[in-house]
Ligand binder design. Structure first.
Ligand code: BDR
Ligand code: CA
Length: 331
């Protein structure tokens, strides 16, 4: 049987990095390529960070550079959005761990061309895991919507039904580029679009014990991840008073690997607010009051223990998972 064909669209970002390290270690997937987008950092940083993670994972795949800004800025010919100071993802977007870039794995083909070429080559087969602003996907839709309707599935980290993180009602990826979100969900009659938003991701907190376990029991990659998440951990303490982290972008990867990590999925109509106080808010018609087309599969609940065990197994190995089970037994 042929492997499932995956494109990972990302703005690394610490949680993007953990997600990618997990994805690249999952043999049953064929990761055709990684497409970068501006978001957590500017496009040069996010492209370089993807390159570093490919090199670290010793994979023969490429990163394809994508949009330098949100849709309206790209279309308006505005300069790149620069968010390259220190923030929750550290100065470089990877918590300052100092991995080397590999210029050989950065393609000269654009993310948009790569996505469209891949879907033309494998119509109905490509699954896109989107864990940054959806700008690349929207630009690809503008260029060739008929082809984008042949994407098999989009696994999207973004949005939320009952919570936000950049504002009380808006999540960062969707707030950053609401126009692109609307364009992508307009494909929802033909393409399965799964929204793994904040309602789901905030259920899965990797707490201080989990992180200590990763550092102590998961080898060199565990030590790297532990080092990488330290800025992120400080940010979660500062803003949420959690002693732990939410690795948002990991969740759609885990769900793509094993959909049963989701314990409640609602097929709904989803719309997004573009302007004003509630910019970036998702309106998800959970009770079908609008009777509009169901363009989104919205994840409402996760089986947290299953998520964590799957992560230990896929990102590291079976032995690490078994050690986790014995160190943290369930009743
Ligand atoms: C999302 O925003 C980014 O900061 C993270 O990488 C994640 O994709 C969470 O809101
Ligand atoms: Ca991200």
């Amino acid at each position: 049987m042929s492997k499932r064909k995956i494109i990972f669209d990302t703005d690394p970002g610490i949680d993007d990095a953990v997600a990618l390290l997990t994805l690249l270690n999952y043999e049953p997937f064929e990761v055709l390529g990684i497409t970068s987008v501006a978001g957590n950092k500017g496009i040069t940083h996010t492209t370089d960070n993807a390159s570093k993670l490919i090199k670290y994972s010793q994979k023969d795949i490429k990163v394809y550079q994508g949009a330098h800004s949100s849709y309206l800025r790209v279309k308006g010919g505005l300069p790149a959005e620069g968010r390259d100071g220190g923030n929750v993802h550290g100065v470089d977007g990877l918590g300052g761990v100092g991995l080397p870039v590999d210029p050989n794995n950065i393609s000269s083909i654009s993310a948009i061309d790569f996505i469209l070429d891949s879907v033309r080559t494998y119509p109905g087969e490509i699954e896109i895991i989107s864990v940054g602003p959806m700008t690349n996907l929207a630009l690809a839709i503008d260029q060739d919507e008929a082809t984008m309707r042949k994407v098999k599935k989009v696994w999207s980290m973004g949005g939320g039904v009952f919570r936000g993180n950049v504002t009380p009602v808006a999540e960062f990826n969707y707030w950053f580029d609401t126009v692109s979100v609307e364009k992508v969900y307009s494909l929802g009659n033909d393409v399965d679009i799964v929204m793994v938003g904040l309602d789901a991701t905030h259920q899965c907190i990797f707490d201080a014990n989990d992180l200590a376990f990763i550092r102590l029991a998961a080898g060199e990659k565990g030590e790297l991840i532990y080092a990488m998440v330290q800025d992120y951990l400080s940010a979660y303490w500062k803003f949420n008073k959690y002693i732990g982290i939410v690795i948002h972008d990991l969740l759609p990867v885990l769900m793509a690997i094993d959909p049963t990590v989701c314990s409640r999925l609602v097929h709904s109509n989803l719309r997004i607010v573009h302007e004003g106080l509630t910019k970036g808010q998702c309106i998800v018609d959970l009770v079908d009051s609008w009777k509009l087309n169901k363009n989104a599969y919205v994840v409402m609940d996760m089986d947290v223990r299953k998520c964590k065990e799957l992560f230990m197994e896929v990102c590291f190995n079976q032995k690490v998972k078994e050690t986790y089970q014995s160190v943290f037994p369930t009743l």
